[in-house]
Design a protein around this ligand. Structure first.
Ligand SMILES: Nc1ncnc2c1ncn2[C@@H]1O[C@H](COP(=O)(O)OP(=O)(O)OP(=O)(O)O)[C@@H](O)[C@H]1O
Ligand SMILES: [Mg+2]
Length: 234
């Protein structure tokens, strides 16, 4: 899908951080599943040659709410105006990779792991965002601390690093096998029994509040049930 000249009328959600393995696909797929459960017409854009979002969707049980997926760059089609676009960006993506795709009003979520290497890489990415004027673009940009073990020295290092940035820490997600299980099964933590996923759901609430998820959903027409089979086969 080519959308470089496309001015999306509705907010898009980008999940990006050039550092590999920080949780981009995890956040993108979980958000896609969450919004699909709320009857939004979701288009998950997999920008990564590893196709991890694609693999997740392939494993998704047929009974789950449908999600459309495009491998970015694979077709010339344009997204429907009523599709909520969620972009799973690749590792090593540069600012140029989404400079032309991101519009005022869009969301940029940056997952970061509590490790010195990841913090340094994140800092370089954030500095590039500053340099390229992303902070003046009327975007909502927020960081998500991922795979956190709360009482560790590295989480404290991450916290003090984040406090020095002019960007909000919008959620802190624990390191949990739940994410590994749901990634393998094409599911989300919202599909798990509440008894097993309460902590994760509570942690996600902060991210959903920041996205103003309820308001965002209201801005999109409810998914057309007659088109569901088409979405599922995407
Ligand atoms: N909160 C978490 N708890 C436990 N495991 C997690 C968590 N978040 C992500 N993971 C696992 O960490 C690995 C990397 O996550 P993910 O694939 O989402 O990162 P990524 O940023 O998309 O990686 P890449 O840069 O290679 O695309 C995966 O195996 C995923 O299941
Ligand atoms: Mg990925």
């Amino acid at each position: 899908m080519y959308i470089s000249c496309f001015r999306a009328p509705m907010p898009q959600i980008f999940i990006a951080n050039p550092k590999g393995g920080c949780g981009k696909t995890t956040l993108a797929t979980q958000l896609a599943g969450y919004f699909a459960d709320k009857k939004a017409n979701v288009l998950l854009l997999d920008h990564d040659a590893q196709r991890s979002s694609h693999d997740w969707l392939q494993n998704r049980p047929a009974a789950c709410s449908p999600i459309a997926l495009e491998i970015f760059g694979d077709s010339n089609s344009q997204p429907d105006a009523d599709q909520l676009l969620i972009h799973d960006m690749p590792a090593a993506c540069g600012i140029d990779d989404f400079m032309s795709q991101i519009n005022p009003g869009d969301y940029l979520i940056i997952p970061v792991l509590p490790s010195p290497t990841d913090i340094k890489a994140c800092l370089r990415f954030v500095m590039a965002l500053y340099r390229f004027g992303f902070l003046q673009k009327e975007l909502s940009i927020g960081l998500v601390a991922n795979r956190v073990k709360l009482r560790t020295v590295y989480f404290k290092t991450l916290e003090s690093f984040l406090q020095r940035l002019q960007l909000p820490l919008i959620a802190t997600l624990r390191d949990s096998q739940n994410y590994i299980r749901v990634m393998d099964a094409g599911l989300t933590i919202f599909d798990l029994p509440p008894s097993r996923s309460k902590t994760d759901r509570d942690q996600w609430q902060a991210l959903l509040d920041w996205l103003e998820a309820d308001t965002l959903i209201e801005r999109y027409p409810i998914r057309d049930r007659s088109k569901q089979h088409l979405l599922q086969s995407a």
